[in-house]
Design a protein around this ligand. Structure first.
Ligand code: SF4
Length: 95
């Protein structure tokens, strides 16, 4: 199964857009936005850039998963990366 992932690349300017729209997934870390452990299968809170842990789809509704695309598209510096079934194709930033 193609599991869905979200991670934050370097360069977050801490505008808080993503955190305001979904504070269950996007949380404030010491140097920018991180992906909450609550929303990940590995339970860790970090940018998820290294771990590439899938989202915990048992906790997230389909509409919330789809909403991540909208949130990523609104990131002013495009550092929210998406991957996986029905998530990445339209918004995945190269690199
Ligand atoms: S929307 Fe982008 S720049 Fe703004 S806080 Fe979220 S990851 Fe950082």
């Amino acid at each position: 199964m193609n599991q869905r992932r979200v991670w934050i690349a370097d360069g977050c300017i801490e505008c808080f857009w993503c955190q305001q729209l979904d504070e269950r997934i996007f949380v404030r870390g010491p140097s920018g936005t991180e992906i909450s452990g609550w929303a990940r299968v590995d339970g860790r809170t970090s940018t998820n850039q290294q771990e590439q842990a899938p989202l915990n789809e048992e906790r997230l509704s389909e509409s919330e998963l789809n909403f991540i695309r909208f949130i990523a598209d609104g990131c002013p510096v495009k550092v929210i990366h998406l991957e996986g079934e029905s998530m990445g194709s339209a918004l995945l930033v190269a690199g």
